[in-house]
Design a protein around this ligand. Sequence first.
Ligand SMILES: [Zn+2]
Length: 474
Amino acid sequence: MKLYAENILLKDGWAAKQTITIEQGVITAIEAGMIAGAEIAKGAVIPGMVNCHSHAFQRAFAGFSEQGSEGQDSFWTWRKIMYQFLAQLTDVDAKNIAKQLYIEMLKMGYTRVAEFHYLHHDIDGSTYDSNTSDGSTSKAISSKGSSANLATMAQAIFTAAKESGIGLTLLPVLYQHGGFGEKAPNDGQKRFINSTKQFNQLVSDCFALSEQYSNTNVGIAPHSLRAVDKASLISAVAHVRSLDKQAPIHIHISEQQKEVDDCLQHYGKRPVQWLLDNIELDKFWCLIHATHIDEAERKGIIAKQAIAGICPTTEANLGDGIFPTTEFLAEQGTIAIGSDSHISVNPIEELRWLEYAQRLIKQQRAILASDEQASVGQNLWQQAAQGGAQSTNSNTGCLAVGKQADLLVLDSDKTKLFANANQHLLDSMIFASQQNPVTDVMVNGVWQIRAQQHAEQEQASDNFAKLLVRLSAS
Ligand SMILES: [Zn+2]
């Protein structure tokens, strides 16, 4: 198909009056002028955003953990509520939650998601059985041996991605311990736990599944240094790299000061420093949060070309802290953004908070611009989209010949109400617009959102609302 845009944000900047040709999901030509037969975009065209960090099931309890208890709430009390919530979820629930969430993501301009997937097992902690993983609520049988279907929950995620149309990078999570020093996991964590051997099998199973779903790929996510020991980490990395040398590897790290303190006590090093000293990082590693890092750690991440996966609204909601974004970007670090707990599902809000947190602590304005790009909004959108593409090892993140056609059309009826010359357009979108300006969304060459609507939105939201009623009643 051909799409004509009055204005389009290409890899090298804005271009006027261009027609792009898309074949089998890929942009094969970009030509000046309107070519006969081209569809006319209803506003400016920009690259879709990559969401580098999602735990889909957490969407189901967004809003459930905001009741204060005399200043005693923290990340750790939130986590307790989260564990109570997920203890009730079946594989069918997991699919329904993810489908609703992914439709919401598409509407707001996320065209690909890295799913940090750690809800693996049945409600009682046993592995799912291969005979019952047909989409019905599976009956758990312990010690199933070869009949276990380790990828039942992963399949729910693949199905949700397919039905919503979002691109997916599935990251099965290795989770083994309840804390540093191989502490036994607690009851709330039993659905996450795999032996290293079982985990590596799950990863292989997910690679095989990915073959059946277009626009998907697979990496791994060792959960954190507190949940995975060194030997298991090395084994899991070796296994996934034997399947794909460029497989994305994501890890939660240095999100909380307590985690840094515990790591210092156990390893004698801060978490990122330990990782830098013990594991060969590269540009396919994405360090999620990396909130509490010192200067040496910051420079170490950049030297390895690893990515910082920042989740500004979740980090604010959980009271985590503020990533040193100003210094990291000034030193040419690569960032991506994620919606993590889904307290917000909106890349505009993530980028707004990313900049505002820096303004508030530095008492300055327009901080996250660059020498080449004076527009904070444009600089952040392009850097986060391209960093997100790197973090998912996907052919996305910018619009150019040879890139996948993951793009957004901004509604000119909305953008015309704000400063809308090209140099101001993404600034207005990120800092000034109160309504979603994204009207049409294309993923891999297919329109998934037209005029802010998704073909399956009603069925998805009905299923999700019913599930919420059931969960809040129990
Ligand atoms: Zn997370």
